[in-house]
Structures are given as C-alpha cells and as structure tokens.
Design a protein around this ligand. Structure first.
Ligand code: ASP
Length: 417
C-alpha cells in the first residue's frame, strides 16, 4: 500500500474506503474518504487491507516565480489577514498557527492561476477572534489601494470566527464597483482535509464575476461538493466546526459555485457591477457600541455600566419577537435619557423582530427602543457603529431601519429556515 492508492481498510467494527495519504506517525494509516474527511487508523487495529486501485505518486509543483499576466484573465488581489485558512498545524503540539502569506496560498493552490492573474499581499496575520474595528479600517484601505492599482476583484482570506462581522463592516465602509469576497477555512491549509483550496478557488471565481458588493464564500455542504456565495450582511457562522458552518440567514445565498466545473448558478439577483472600478471608503466608526444579550433576570446595572462608560449605542439581543424583561427597563430608560441609541434584535436569529405583537414590545418602544425588523445582531452592531460614526443621533434613529447595503429585506422569507 502506497500513498495515492485507493484502499479498503477493515478493522474489527468498520470498513473505510479512501486514498492513502502521507502519515506523520508510523503507527497510523491516514486515508482521505470520498466525503473529503480524513481518518487515521491505528495499524494495530487493522485486520485487512485491500488495494482497490493503484494510484499515481502525487506530484507537488510550485508555480514558477514571476508568472506573466494573461491579458485575457481578470486581475484578482488576494489579501490575507490570517486565520485557519492561512495556518499550519504545529505537529509537535497540535496547535494551529497563522503562518501562510497570500503567496504561500497561491503556491498551495496553483489552480488559481488558471482562473485569474493573482497578486497576493499579507496585510495582517491574526486569528480572527483578535480582530478589532480599527483593523476593519485597515482592510478597507487595503481594498481601496488594490482597486486603484487595477484589481478587478478582491479576495480576503480571514479567520472564520468573526468573518461575518468583517463582512458586515466592509459592506458599510466600502462602496466599490467590484466584488469583494471573504474566504475562510475550518481546517488549516496544510491538512489534507482542508476546505481552504475549494473555498479559495470558489472565492476567486466569484471575484471574477460582473458583480459588486461584499460576500462570504464557504462550503455549501460538509463534503467537498460546492460552495455558496453569501451576501456579507446576511450571513453568520452557525456551527463551530462543520465546513458548511456559514449560513445565509432569513434569506437564501446569492449563488452556488462549483469549484470543479467552475460554474456559478445564481439563486437570486446579485448586485451588478457597471465595470467602472469606482471605489470610495468611509472608515468613520463609533466603537463605543455594545451588544447585550437579554436573559431572564438581567439587571439594569448592565446598561447603566455602558452609559456611565461613555457608550453611544446599545444593541439588545432580545428574546422572541424582540422582548426584554422589566428588570432592565430602568437601565433602558437611563440609556435613552442620556442620549444613547438603543436598538432591538432577536437572539432567535431566524425570523423578524416585531415589537407590536405583545405589550412588552410596545412598552419597550415607549421607552425609546427601536426594533430592527430584519437585521442580525452582529450586523446591527456594526451598522450602529458606522451610523454613529457618521451621523447625529436623530439621523441615526431614522437610518437604522433604512436599507443601506442589502442588510434589510422588506419581504419576509418564511422559507429560509
Ligand atoms: N479561530 C480561527 C479564526 O477565526 C478559526 C478560523 O480561522 O477558522 O481565526
């Protein structure tokens, strides 16, 4: 049995069929199964191995340096920010470290060079749990620079934990006539089970489309089948480990991308680019905005703390249709009386906020809470930062429920659950 062979391995209780991969541990055989997952089997547990098909030894080729631009292909800039998609596993400790630059990613996925002329730049190297609003500004500035230097589309590689916050922030901050695609991975690029390559290929494909706006591209299913193009203000990481962790919420994805056939099937109308490559950014943000989850018995002290510490906006993640218990009414009144904008989203994630159904919702509105009918809590947080960074309080209160970049759909979609 050699690397590349298709084998059937029988243990006492199970049979595994897959391609043999290099193993770092001499006591273990690692195979890649058809669904894309790898399995390591202790040699001592193996009862029988059957070679189904002899494989070719894999050839690893690096793309030649100084690749010439193909005038028939679009120019795509890949900006790497870190995260698993750009990480390697330290096999001694098992820990995942951000280590790849954008150039390394291109070398790891040379197929990208058939799709577009690729330029890579590492603009930061962090795990996305350490992302800061000030880094969103840095990313927006880097996007502007790349477009002004001739990029037809942008791909940003990003950790998945907070990728949807960054997608939201860029949606509000960057007004560009080109596609901006965020891509992550749930398994690091140097693992054979990595989803990085297919996500990247799909992301670059999307970046060559005649569309504009900010999107997230990730696996559509846990197997290696297709990717979805999600609108940046309508998407959320909804699973901690599955490769199809990102879901469009209260709407459907914009398109389905097949990284093998390179076909893109639009599921709804995308924002069309006019091909002008115009780009404007507005990076003013008020960072003193908090996201507070409502729970039984929550105390008014929590909101008072934010008000006393100079916060200008509070997003409540209420229960059900957008409710909060009377225990927090004093805190809400204190916030509103002090000029803090308080808005309501729902922790149910799916479905809309409607504060006119129950008396609790009506009372909250009387106290000055503004319901965000159709916005994810994360999106409301980022939008409030953006609005408070650019407008006065009265304008902010009007704009919070005005659709600016696709964050609000006025038609309810009960089929999206
Ligand atoms: N914690 C990592 C991050 O968000 C996970 C990932 O990259 O997918 O950066």
């Amino acid at each position: 049995m050699e690397v590349g062979d298709v084998v059937k391995i029988c243990t006492k209780d199970t049979e595994y069929v897959g391609v043999v991969l290099p193993s770092i541990d001499e006591n273990t055989v690692v195979i890649k199964m058809k669904n894309g997952y790898n399995v390591g089997i202790l040699k001592e547990n193996i009862e029988k191995i059957e070679i189904i098909e002899k494989g070719k030894k894999p050839e690893y080729k690096l793309p030649p340096l100084g690749i010439k631009k193909n005038p028939n292909l679009k120019n795509i800039a890949i900006l790497s920010t870190g995260g698993t998609v750009a990480s390697r596993v330290d096999y001694k400790t098992g820990a995942v470290h951000p280590a790849f630059t954008a150039d390394d990613l291109i070398r790891a996925v040379p197929e990208l060079l058939d799709i577009a002329n690729i330029e890579g730049k590492a603009i930061m190297n962090i795990l996305s749990e350490n992302m800061l609003p000030s880094y969103w500004k840095k990313i927006a500035e880097a996007i502007k620079e790349e477009i002004e230097n001739g990029a037809d589309g942008i791909v940003i590689t990003h950790g998945t934990d907070t990728m949807h916050y960054t997608a939201s922030a860029l949606s509000f901050m960057v007004d560009a006539d080109v596609p901006i695609i965020l891509v992550g991975a749930q398994r690091s690029s140097d693992r054979p089970s990595s989803d990085a390559a297919l996500n990247l290929i799909s992301g670059v494909l999307a970046a060559t489309e005649p569309i504009k706006g900010v999107y997230v591209v990730m696996h559509g299913e846990s197997g290696d089948t297709f990717c979805y193009l999600h609108e940046g203000v309508k998407v959320r990481k909804s699973h901690s480990s599955r490769r199809d962790a990102f879901k469009s919420i209260n709407t459907i994805p914009v398109a389905k991308i097949n990284p093998f056939t390179k076909e893109i099937e639009y599921l709804r109308e995308p924002k069309k680019s006019e091909g002008t490559k115009k780009v404007k950014i507005n990076t003013n943000l008020e960072e003193k905005v908090a996201l507070v989850k409502i729970y039984p018995g929550i105390s008014s002290d929590i909101l008072k703390f934010y008000v006393d510490n100079g916060y200008k906006g509070i997003v409540l993640e209420g229960t059900g249709l957008g409710h909060a218990p009377e225990t927090i009414f004093d805190g809400i009144k204190y916030a509103v009386d002090n000029g803090v904008v308080v808005v309501m989203t729902t922790q149910t994630i799916h479905g809309r906020v409607n504060m006119n159904v129950y008396s609790n919702g009506r009372k909250l509105q009387k106290l000055g809470v503004i319901g965000c009918e159709d916005m994810l809590p994360e999106v409301a947080l980022v939008k409030l930062m953006y609005l408070l960074g650019n407008y006065n309080v009265e304008e902010v209160k009007k704009l919070i429920n005005k659709n600016l970049v696709g964050e609000i759909e006025y038609r309810s979609r009960f089929d999206c659950y």
